[in-house]
Write a new protein. Structure first.
Length: 270
């Protein structure tokens, strides 16, 4: 057979009717084969999608699914949970630390996602390729984090002593070590005991991170810690021996200042 046979000339294929019939048969054959190939490719694509792990889905900074994932990072395998189940913040808790950080998402010029705490520090960075770097206890250089699978979501703060007065009495014991004199604690604005408990615990944690002996000087001595309602966003202010903490009921962990915010307010400019 010569190459010009493929031109389907009437001279080699017989009558024009037979040539058209054969061309139609060949067209149908290629069409069926193409549909079968497309169906196979679609099936493989669907299979690959269904085989994606939770880590694959979470690795993308564009992941919008509500989920919590456990990670480990650094030479000491520091573990933490990153929880995206909340609508406006990303929650994070390091293993062994009672504090739950409420982080806000910010996108960089190259498409990386930066998760910052309430004083603007970057705690987690997620690259466009899905790499996760955690800072915080790992310092400014951070450490690459590896997923350890799905985790339980970080529920809203519920710890309290049952009533506001009992909560305040318990909190007094947290602050005894910071002053030779008693520190008064008060709350106003009909606040939920669990939120007051959470706010005062973070205040004690922030104060404990101050340099040793920091509160020994008279101008640094804390006389009163006041928790009050804030109508827009949480706040913390330090003035004349009074630490005022503004909280937003109903906002969960995002409704109170972090320990970092408390420490910054107490030591800024000192």
């Amino acid at each position: 057979m010569v190459i010009k046979d493929s031109l389907c000339c009437e001279k080699h294929l017989g009558s024009g009717v037979w040539a058209q019939a054969k061309l139609g048969l060949l067209s149908c054959t290629f069409m069926v084969f193409g549909l079968a190939f497309a169906g196979s490719a679609a099936a493989q694509t669907q299979k690959r999608t269904s085989d994606l792990t939770l880590n694959d889905m979470f690795a993308s900074p564009n992941a919008a699914a509500a989920q919590a994932v456990s990670f480990s990072a650094g030479p000491n395998n520091i573990r933490f949970i990153l929880d995206r189940s909340q609508p406006r913040v990303v929650l994070l808790r390091f293993e062994g630390d009672p504090e739950v950080w409420a982080l806000t998402s910010q996108w960089g010029p190259r498409g990386d996602e930066f998760l910052r705490n309430d004083i603007g520090e970057v705690i987690v960075r997620i690259t466009t390729l899905g790499g996760v770097t955690v800072y915080g206890p790992l310092g400014t250089n951070g450490g690459l984090a590896a997923s350890e699978g799905r985790a339980k979501t970080l529920s809203a703060p519920v710890r309290s002593e049952g009533n506001l007065q009992a909560t305040l009495e318990k909190a007094l014991r947290w602050f005894d070590k910071f002053s030779s004199r008693n520190i008064r604690v008060e709350a106003s604005g009909a606040l939920p005991p669990a939120l007051v408990h959470e706010s005062l615990e973070r205040a004690a944690q922030g104060m404990s991170r101050a340099p040793r002996g920091y509160f020994g000087r008279a101008e640094r001595r804390v006389k009163l810690i006041r928790v009050q309602r804030s109508f827009d966003r949480p706040s913390v202010r330090w003035q004349s021996g009074v630490l005022t903490i503004g909280v937003v009921p109903g906002a969960g962990y995002a409704g109170r200042p972090s320990s970092a915010a408390v420490l910054l307010a107490l030591t800024k400019g000192k």
